[in-house]
Design a binder for this molecule. Structure first.
Ligand SMILES: Cc1cc2nc3c(=O)[nH]c(=O)nc-3n(C[C@H](O)[C@H](O)[C@H](O)COP(=O)(O)OP(=O)(O)OC[C@H]3O[C@@H](n4cnc5c(N)ncnc54)[C@H](O)[C@@H]3O)c2cc1C
Length: 368
C-alpha cells in the first residue's frame, strides 16, 4: 500500500479527519479537488455560528463534546477559533420551547425573554414571539480553522495534494485504490469527505455504500456594516410550523463577524444541478432579500454597506449527518448547513471509525 489512509476532500470534515489521523501516527494522504483556501465548497468564509442550543439533544451533546476539542485545537495551533460570545434563538414558540428543554436537560445556562426584553438587551435587533439566550454559544472562525487543521496535519506528517481530485475508488486487495488524474494511490482505508461532490465519487456502490438523497444548493450569506454603538450575538430566527424538520429549520440566521459586519443568512437555496457549471457570483436579489430582512429585524445593521459570498449547502432529507463504513471505505459528511461547529469532533469520529469503531454506536444515521 502507498499509504495507510487517503482522505478525499479538505473541507471541515476532511481536514479535521486528516489532523486526528496524522496525530495518532497514521500515514495520511489528503486529495483536494481545488487549491488551498478555495471558496468552492462549504467551509470557507470568516465565521460560523457555534451553538449548544438545539431542538435535537443529539447535536447539543455533540456541541458539548466539541468545546474542549476546539480548545485543544486552539492550543495546538496558537489561534483563536471559538469565541463563546453568546447566541440566541427567537420566533416559533414550539422551537424555542424544545430548545429550552434541551438546554435544561443538558444543564446549560439560558435566559428566556420576551421580545421587549430582547430589544432592551440587544437594541440592534428586533424579536419574534419569544426569545431564548444561551451564553455558551457564539462563533467559530472558519477559514482560520481549516488552515490551522491543514497546517497541523502537515506538521504531523500528512501529505496534502491540492488540485488533485479523486475520480474513482476501486478495490485493491483488502484495501482501496483511489484513482486521480495523476495516477492512483493505494491505501488501507479511504475517508470520503467530499461534501456536495460526494455523489460524484465513482465506485462507492462497489463497496455497498448507498448514499441517501442529497440536495446540493447554494446559499449566499450577506454581511452588512454595523451602525455605531450596536453589537450582535449569534442568532437563529425560527419560523415555520410543527411540520418542519426538527433539527435546524429556521427562516434566518446570522452573527457578528469581526471586521466584516453582521451576517444575514436566509433559508433560501438555489438548487445546483451541475457543480462544474456553478458560478460564485451572488445575484443582486440575494442581497436585496437579506437587506429586506435586516430592515425588518436588524435595526443596528447598515444595509448600505454589504458584501456576500456563495457557499455550497448540501442537505440530507432529515438534516442529519453521514458517517458510515463499508469495508475499507468510510463516508463522513456533516452536510446540511450546520456542521462547522462540530469540526474537531467530526474528524475524531471519522478517525475512530477508521480505527475500527462502530459508526452505528452513536445515533448517526445513514439510511441503507
Ligand atoms: C451559507 C452557509 C452557512 C453555514 N452556517 C453554519 C453555521 O453557522 N454553523 C455551522 O455549524 N455550520 C454552518 N454551515 C455548515 C458548514 O459550513 C458545513 O457543514 C461544513 O463546512 C461542511 O464541510 P465539508 O467538509 O463536509 O464540505 P466542504 O467544505 O465542501 O468540503 C468538501 C471538500 O471536498 C473537496 N472535493 C470534492 N470532490 C472531491 C474529489 N473528487 N477529490 C478531492 N476533493 C474533492 C471539495 O473541493 C471540498 O474542499 C454553513 C454552511 C453554509 C453553506
Amino acid at each position: 500500500m502507498d499509504t495507510d489512509v487517503v482522505v478525499i476532500g479538505a473541507g471541515a470534515a476532511g481536514s479535521s479527519t486528516a489532523w486526528h489521523l496524522a496525530r495518532r501516527g497514521r500515514e495520511v494522504v489528503v486529495l483536494e479537488r481545488f487549491a488551498r483556501g478555495h471558496a468552492w465548497g462549504s467551509s470557507h468564509g470568516s465565521t460560523r455560528i457555534f451553538r449548544v442550543a438545539y431542538r435535537d439533544a443529539l447535536y447539543s451533546r455533540l456541541a458539548a463534546e466539541a468545546i474542549p476539542m476546539w480548545r485543544e485545537l486552539e492550543r495546538a495551533s496558537g489561534e483563536t477559533l471559538l469565541e463563546q460570545t453568546g447566541q440566541l434563538d427567537h420566533g416559533f414558540p414550539t422551537a424555542i420551547d424544545e430548545i429550552e428543554q434541551t438546554l435544561r436537560a443538558g444543564g446549560w445556562a439560558f435566559d428566556r425573554l420576551t421580545p421587549a426584553e430582547g430589544r432592551e438587551r440587544w437594541p440592534g435587533m428586533d424579536f419574534d414571539e419569544t426569545v431564548i439566550y444561551s451564553p455558551d454559544g457564539g462563533r467559530v472562525f472558519a477559514d482560520r480553522t481549516i488552515e490551522a487543521l491543514l497546517r497541523l496535519a502537515e506538521q504531523a506528517g500528512a501529505r496534502l495534494c491540492f488540485e488533485e481530485p479523486a475520480l474513482a475508488i476501486e478495490r485493491a486487495g483488502e484495501g482501496v485504490r483511489v484513482v486521480t488524474d495523476a495516477g492512483a494511490v493505494t491505501a488501507r482505508v479511504v475517508v470520503v469527505s467530499a461534501g456536495g461532490w460526494l455523489p460524484q465519487i465513482a465506485g462507492l456502490g462497489i463497496f455497498g455504500i448507498g448514499l441517501p438523497r442529497l440536495q446540493v444548493t447554494a446559499q449566499a450569506p450577506v454581511h452588512f456594516a454595523i451602525r455605531p454603538g450596536f453589537a450582535f450575538p449569534s442568532y437563529v430566527h425560527h419560523v415555520g410550523s410543527d411540520a418542519v424538520d426538527h433539527t435546524f429549520a429556521y427562516g434566518a440566521y446570522g452573527l457578528e463577524s469581526p471586521g466584516e459586519g453582521v451576517k444575514v443568512g436566509l433559508d433560501t437555496m438555489d438548487v445546483i444541478d451541475d457543480l462544474a457549471a456553478r458560478s460564485l457570483e451572488v445575484p443582486a436579489s440575494a442581497i436585496e432579500a437579506a437587506a429586506d430582512y435586516a430592515h425588518r429585524w436588524l435595526p443596528g445593521a447598515d444595509t448600505s454597506v454589504a458584501s456576500a459570498v456563495s457557499c455550497l449547502f448540501t442537505m440530507t432529507d432529515d438534516s442529519h449527518f453521514l458517517l458510515d463504513r463499508r469495508g475499507p471505505v468510510v463516508v463522513m459528511s456533516p452536510c446540511s448547513g450546520h456542521g462547522f461547529k462540530f469540526t474537531p469532533v467530526l474528524g475524531a469520529l471519522a478517525a475512530d471509525v477508521v480505527e475500527g469503531a462502530d459508526p452505528w454506536a452513536r445515533e448517526w444515521r445513514l439510511p441503507a
